[in-house]
Ligand binder design. Structure first.
Ligand code: AKB
Length: 358
């Protein structure tokens, strides 16, 4: 193995790591992103799990140290993926790499490449892996509330907690891409190469969660439209003024990062026969932007928060539901979030964020 240019960790090695036998591994794409940071720690702590990470940038030392190997590259690079999968016997893929909703609107075609073509590459190679080692590959796909597109505010307010099959007409390229990813996963699980004589039935075990906005105490999001929630909290903790880009009465669902990681691990571990669908809603809490302001001011009385709505970004969050109905996740795999809004602030965000910026 040769060192990467930065000398931080090996670039793509050109041979299997353990002689002729490929070692078994869990693949995490987008490993350097917000969810990757938290998920990799939890996966690496699972007994007998080797994590192979992939990201467009080199990983932080802390995250890298928890991985068996890390590859720098693009999920659109089919050759890189092929080489990676030639070295490891991958049983499980957590496909986190994505271009989020705000960034995607500045470069919709690039978003399509990363979010759809990248997902297709991974599904195809996972199906090939399944054929080569004879076991289904579990494919975990974080989708998003961006898959919903509610036509106007009046309908949004009347709709309340939306079910998985309602309002599936997304307004953003990212939402369109996430919905496409869900359909691709369902196709690879149930219908892939329907007419081929040599087909392996059901090579992929596809499981997806439509996540709400996620708030982490340890990292800040970038390129999303739910970012105003975490941005407001982190800005106050750092003593920075914050101009919120949506109206005070804007309401969408959120959850904490520990609950999001718990959800993804719980769905991944659920017995297949208990699952009645491929794609699940999960709800945490549904504050308005004004509720965030109130809670932040109660804890940081000197915080300077103003509201300067950006019409474009506002229209995106206005098309997302106020709340989601997660009864299928609760019934099928025991989903139940640990944090409501107050516990999120008091037991998770405040202790960690204040320590972080002290
Ligand atoms: C975004 O804002 O694009 C994401 C999401 C809701 O999926 N955080």
């Amino acid at each position: 193995m040769s060192p990467s240019k930065s000398g931080m960790y090996p670039a793509v090695p050109d041979r299997p790591l353990s002689g002729l036998r490929r070692s078994r591994a869990v693949l995490v794409t987008g490993a350097g992103g917000e969810m990757g940071h938290s998920l990799i720690g939890a996966l690496a702590a699972r007994p007998g799990t080797s994590v192979v990470a992939m990201d467009i940038r080199e990983l932080d030392h802390e995250v890298r140290a928890k991985c068996e190997n890390a590859f720098v590259g693009d999920v659109c690079d089919a050759q890189l993926l092929e080489r990676l999968l030639a070295m490891y016997e991958v049983d499980e893929v957590f496909h986190l790499a994505a271009l989020l909703s705000t960034r995607g609107e500045f470069a919709p075609e690039t978003a399509h490449q990363v979010n759809v073509v990248g997902t297709l590459n991974l599904l195809k190679l996972s199906a090939e892996q399944a054929r080569s080692h004879g076991r289904r590959v579990k494919f975990i796909f974080p989708s998003s509330i961006a898959a919903y597109g509610i036509p106007d505010l009046d309908t949004k307010r009347k709709a309340g907690a939306v079910r998985e099959d309602q309002f599936l007409e997304p307004h953003t390229m990212y939402g369109v891409n996430k919905l496409a990813g869900e359909h691709l996963g369902r196709y690879y699980e149930s219908h892939y190469r329907k007419l081929a004589k040599d087909r392996m039935a059901s090579p992929i075990d596809f499981r997806s969660i439509r996540f709400p906005g996620i708030i982490s105490a340890d990292t800040l999001p970038s390129g999303g439209t739910s970012d105003y929630g975490p941005e407001m909290i982190h800005a106050a903790a750092q003593g920075n003024a914050y101009a919120c880009f949506v109206r005070r009465d804007t309401r969408i669902p959120f959850m904490t990062m520990p609950d999001a990681v718990e959800a993804i691990l719980k769905l991944a571990a659920a017995p297949k026969e208990r699952l009645t669908r491929c794609v699940y809603n999960v709800a945490g809490f549904s504050p308005s932007a004004g509720d965030f302001e109130r809670l932040v001011l109660a804890r940081f009385p000197k915080a300077q928060i103003s509201f300067e709505p950006d019409l474009g970004r506002q229209s995106i969050v206005d098309s997302w539901p106020e709340d989601v109905n997660d009864s299928a996740a609760r019934g099928d795999w025991g989903w139940s979030p640990k944090h409501d809004l107050d516990r999120a602030f008091d037991e998770y965000l405040m202790p960690r964020i204040t320590a972080r910026y002290r």
